[in-house]
Design a binder for this molecule. Structure first.
Ligand code: GAP
Length: 466
């Protein structure tokens, strides 16, 4: 898709609402900041992305196992990981309205379109330097007021459990899924047949008290992560080679599994100042979203920091014993961590096609990720013989693939609807079908139609998905 044909965020949001991909959370009460629900189509697309992630990174690999840990962990976990002490963003407050803003996002917004700041990395500034920058350039809030000095604001959500009282009842909603992997490291070692190098992956909800709004599902308070901790012995495995191998796997997933075009993707290395102190190397895959190049998927070499921290705080050994040499060591990790909502938004933005020639909007989703693989229609809904035959086809196909039934409106309207929700093919049962056991199959992208035998439909869809 060429850049000038790319959708705006507003167009994507409108399509998501119109067709049932994403709705604002609690809309009947006026919504809830940075929170969205996935509708009938969005939940299918989201599930496809998660299933593909799980299949590619866990099921298809002998060196990976899965995990599903809790959202609320023993709070000491977050003290050990450093989240309680320093999982924070620099915030400034509009002195008149008391609204909070992320200082780095305020500066980034101000620099947008200014050629002289093209290569400026805001993350390189300390909190204090961000304050100076805002003052020096007289940057004002969206309401036109001055900002306060920036202060660090912790992103962890706190809640309390009923079974205990006082300070001990305080727990956090996890800020990342990763720590559940580290705290289960010993159990996985003891219960499965894994040997270094190996990885543990998990999909699940994380929570962050974000204050920047207006980026749709890109940045939300509650979001799903797909995280992998890949453990290895740095004396036996060259971390640089492993890192590059993960870079290839991540990019391959985005381009070849999700079907996203490469032109809007890039690798960005974190600068020394920006990188977390425990990380030896961090790269992000950035995607060119309608609001600019933004982080999609991070890859970090976290050394043995997390296991060491959890070991110190729990007093439990999280060492690995080499089965051949009996050497004991703390494994190092490389961590690919992605937000499923960001994969979702990228997939939609990339697939959004304004087909001006045919005056339609098409979601050119790869059939693998499309919510429905085919739509089945009777040509006319008031002809029982057509409806009956089409229902038989629907029932047969839906046992194998998600397919959608539609008998509303005329055939042209049905096609337009299916194009907008990304259904790769439409299958129509007409009067000829009653005679020759064939149907019309219409391709979403080319709009071309062909006749095929009903008995060949399953094979047709299987080839399309391959
Ligand atoms: N365990 C490492 C970790 O959590 P991160 O860079 O903070 O690293 C990983 O988060 C990924 O999670 C990001 O690359 C992004 O895709 C996603 N993510 C982070 N914060 C998010 C938010 N507020 N909303 C949606 N996705 C988010």
């Amino acid at each position: 898709m060429s850049n000038n044909n790319r959708p705006t965020l507003e167009e994507v949001v409108a399509l998501c609402k119109r067709r049932g991909f994403v709705f604002p959370t609690s809309e009947i009460y006026g919504g809830l900041t940075s929170s969205y629900d996935y509708g009938p189509l969005g939940s299918e697309l989201l599930r496809n992305i998660k299933d593909l992630w799980w299949k590619e990174f866990i099921n298809l690999r002998p060196d990976m196992v899965g995990l599903d840990s809790q959202i609320m962990l023993n709070p000491e976990t977050w003290v050990a990981s450093g989240h309680v002490g320093s999982f924070s963003d620099p915030m400034v407050v509009d002195v008149k309205t008391n609204k909070r803003y992320r200082a780095d996002h305020v500066i980034e917004g101000w620099m947008e379109g200014k050629e002289e700041f093209k290569d400026f990395v805001v993350e390189d500034l300390s909190t204090q330097e961000m304050g100076q920058f805002i003052k020096e350039h007289k940057i004002l809030s969206p309401e036109g007021h001055e900002f306060s000095e920036p202060k660090e604001f912790n992103l962890l959500f706190e809640t309390s459990i009923g079974a205990v009282t006082g300070e001990k009842s305080k727990v956090y909603l996890r800020g990342e899924t990763a720590q559940g992997i580290f705290t289960n490291f010993k159990q996985v070692l003891n219960s499965s047949r894994v040997q270094l190098p190996f990885g543990i992956g998990q999909l699940g909800k994380s929570f962050r008290n974000e204050v920047t709004t207006g980026q749709f599902v890109f940045r939300t308070l509650e979001f799903e992560q797909g995280e992998i901790e890949y453990f290895f012995d740095p004396e036996k495995t060259d971390w640089k080679e492993l890192f590059e191998e993960w870079q290839r796997k991540m990019m391959d997933f985005v381009i070849n599994t999700l079907g996203v075009s490469g032109e809007n993707l890039r690798w960005r290395q974190h600068t020394d100042k920006e990188r977390s102190f425990y990380s030896k190397e961090t790269y992000d895959i950035d995607y060119h979203f309608p609001f600019g190049w933004k982080e999609l998927w991070g890859l970090a070499y976290r050394t043995d920091y997390d296991l060491t921290q959890q070991m110190k705080h729990s007093g439990e050994s999280l060492e690995y014993t080499d089965p051949h040499t009996q050497k004991r060591m703390i494994p190092h990790v490389i961590e690919p961590a992605v937000g499923i909502g960001r994969l979702f938004l990228m997939t939609l933005v990339d697939a959004y096609w304004k087909d001006e020639e045919n005056n339609r909007i098409v979601l050119k989703l790869h059939p693998r990720v499309a919510p429905y693989k085919a739509a089945v229609f009777p040509l006319l809904k008031n002809k029982p013989e057509l409806v009956g035959k089409a229902k038989d086809i629907f029932n047969d196909l839906s046992r194998k693939y998600p397919v959608i039934w539609d008998e509303r409106g005329n055939i042209g309207k049905r096609y337009l609807y299916q194009d907008e929700i990304g259904t790769p093919v439409c299958i129509t049962v007409d009067f000829e079908s009653l005679e020759d056991e064939s149907v019309t199959i219409r391709n979403r992208d080319t709009t071309k139609q062909e006749r095929i035998k009903i008995t060949q439909l399953e094979e047709y869809l299987a080839n399309m998905l391959d």
